[in-house]
Write a protein that binds this ligand. Structure first.
Ligand code: HEC
Length: 203
């Protein structure tokens, strides 16, 4: 506005009414052509700056300064939820649902191995293979036997296999210096499949 207003005033004072109309037509949003160019150039620079500063957030979380760093915790949260639902399915003797969550858990473990094979110096993929996967396979075999036997619910054998699976979670937490993340077999009234009681201090 101010630029075209100044020009209009100047031309008005010269009595050039045709010129006034010309200036009005030429102006865009009250700016003369230099003003328009300035706005466009400013807009492009601003856009480039925003693009340079803003980096798209990664689903798995990227630590500042290291583009390749992937957080393990979100994968564990997912595994915890699936394990919790697996625990509740077994508790309710629902074999079909247990098989479903077992399958989903195995998929989650595969994702961990692919996406976070190593975490802060810990050989995660190797530990999953050595500690966790055998217990999942054992539970899978036990549930398959229950199905074969046309069992109404879930056998003690399957429930024991699940106890070993939970032990493997805790073993891995101990090995990776996260013993304070303790997974129980049942959640009780706790909305999470996790123990929040402080661990007894070593004597
Ligand atoms: C490969 C070893 C390993 C196995 C197997 C493993 N964990 Fe973890 N878990 C970890 C590590 C390491 C962390 C800490 C991650 C961090 O520091 O961000 C962790 C963190 C967690 C957390 C904390 C994150 C949160 O959401 O509160 C939970 C819960 C968890 N694990 C649950 C489980 C459950 C349930 C199982 C078994 C079904 C399991 N973990 C098996 C290594 C393992």
């Amino acid at each position: 506005m101010p630029i075209s207003w100044a020009l209009n005033n100047e031309i008005d004072s010269l009595g050039g009414h045709d010129k006034v109309r010309f200036v009005e037509e030429e102006s865009l949003l009250g700016l003369d052509r230099y003003g328009v160019v300035k706005v466009i150039v400013g807009g492009i620079c601003c856009g480039l700056f925003v693009m340079a500063v803003h980096q798209p957030p990664s689903a798995s979380g990227v630590a500042a300064g290291d583009e390749d760093f992937v957080e393990l915790a979100p994968y564990m949260t997912r595994l915890q939820t699936l394990t919790h639902k697996l625990a509740l399915s077994l508790e309710h003797d629902n074999r079909e649902l247990a098989e479903f969550y077992l399958y989903e858990s195995l998929e989650a473990l595969e994702d961990i191995k692919t996406d976070v094979p190593e975490y802060r110096g810990q050989p995660v993929a190797l530990l999953v293979d050595r500690l966790a996967t055998p217990t999942y396979k054992a539970l899978q075999a036990a549930l398959a036997k229950d199905k074969q036997a046309s069992l109404e619910g879930v056998s003690v054998r399957s429930k024991e296999a699940f106890s070993s699976l939970i032990k493997s979670c805790n073993q891995c937490h101990v090995v990776t210096q996260h013993a304070f993340i303790e997974i129980p077999e049942k959640s009780g009234n706790n909305p999470f499949l996790q123990s929040f009681t402080p661990r007894p201090k070593p004597e």
